[in-house]
Design a protein around this ligand. Structure first.
Ligand code: KG4
Ligand code: ZN
Length: 343
């Protein structure tokens, strides 16, 4: 069944999820085991890097074994080991990188270094088998907000990026100021459903005409100022209204710029990825806008939007067929950029 196929075991440990997956030819997922540390970090209001690294060490062996068991294959059937080597938290990345190196060395298999953001983009290939480059991709994660033209499986052109906060970062900061638990994105998503998105008109920062860059720090300050003023003057605020109004401002900008990017690239296919793409309202809005403009929209299921090993296995396959292998000197690169190769 697996003859002549690339069977990749992929490992992801860049932040607070320890994950391993077995993926065939970049598109067929045999297993995708995710061990989340969210409950541990929640009590600190955010990810504590030192704790994240320690938990990855405790979890990684069991997560890899569970992924192999669930896939129903043994190590001798693998073609390569893929691993996230950046961007992310250095200590967290190092756990996955070192584990993958030891496994690849022990099994005599090639190691494939994978860029975490390119992994998020590849999450779109898993459920949309018809999707092939070229297309435009909106990347909205905790650390990144980009509009990227995917010219081929290995060629990316950055069309726009955030000049300050990432969209997910803004969600998490506003959630914290509303006393909502970490991670804030899913909480704001949830409580916004009971709020009025038109309650407060927060700014939509579009930057100069035609710009595909983003800026969320002005919006963040505006929400924080509003909350401070309300507290000082004793104004009763509805958390749900503030959350919904903030979210609406983010979504208006993301949706408008994503469509502008499709137009600028002359592309009728838009993919979305990263943790914020799990957001219910963003998904609904993009669906509506894309339908109106005759654009095909691709968004992974929510479980493939946030960090997972399967997306790394998909991206690793496209590196594998190009022969982009690392060696035992592979290191974690916490500030790795899209398109950059540091091995
Ligand atoms: O892609 P991801 O799992 O990790 C990074 O690579 O950063 O993204 C995590 C981010 C967090 O900021 C989290 O609050 C946000 O994605 N997020 C959401 C939702 N689910 C996760 N933001 C808005 N709505 C959601 N449903
Ligand atoms: Zn991520």
């Amino acid at each position: 069944m697996l003859k002549n196929k690339a069977v990749i075991l992929a490992i992801e440990s860049s932040c607070d999820e320890t994950s391993a997956a077995v993926v065939i030819n970049g598109r067929q997922v045999l297993s995708n085991v995710i061990s989340s540390q969210i409950n541990i970090h929640r009590q600190y209001g955010g990810v504590v890097p030192e704790i994240a690294s320690r938990k990855h060490i405790e979890n990684i062996d069991n997560v890899v074994k569970a992924a192999m068991d669930e896939a129903g294959i043994d190590f001798s059937m693998l073609s390569a080991i893929g691993v996230t080597y950046g961007p992310g938290l250095v200590g967290a990345l190092l756990v996955g990188v070192n584990y993958a190196k030891a496994l690849a060395f022990g099994l005599g298999l090639p190691i494939i270094p994978v860029n975490h953001i390119e992994g998020h983009i590849a999450a779109n290939y898993i459920e949309h088998t018809e999707l092939e480059p070229p297309f435009v991709c909106l990347v909205v994660s905790g650390g990144h907000t980009n509009l990227i033209k995917i010219n081929s499986y290995s060629s990316f052109e950055i069309m726009g990026q955030t000049l300050d906060d990432a969209a997910g970062e803004a969600y998490d900061k506003i959630a914290r100021s509303l006393d909502l638990p970490y991670p804030g994105g899913p909480k704001i998503d949830e409580i916004s459903k009971k709020g009025n998105p038109k309650a407060v008109m927060f700014p939509r920062v579009m930057l100069e005409d035609g710009s595909l860059d983003f800026s969320f720090s002005g919006l963040k300050s505006s929400v924080l100022n509003y909350l401070n003023k309300a507290r000082l003057t004793g104004l009763q605020i509805s958390k749900a209204d503030i959350a919904a109004s903030f979210q609406q401002a983010v979504i208006d900008v993301l949706a408008e710029k994503a469509l502008m990017a499709c137009d600028a690239a002359g592309c009728k296919e838009l993919a979305v990825c990263g943790g914020v793409s799990a957001n219910t309202s963003l998904r609904a809005r993009l669906k509506k806008d894309c339908h109106k403009h005759g654009i095909s929209l691709y968004i992974p299921s929510p479980i493939l939007c946030t960090d997972n090993g399967a997306m790394i296995g998909s991206a690793a396959y496209y590196e594998y067929i190009e022969g982009n292998f690392g060696d035992m000197s592979l290191n974690a690169v916490p500030g790795l950029k899209i398109k950059e190769r540091r091995y």
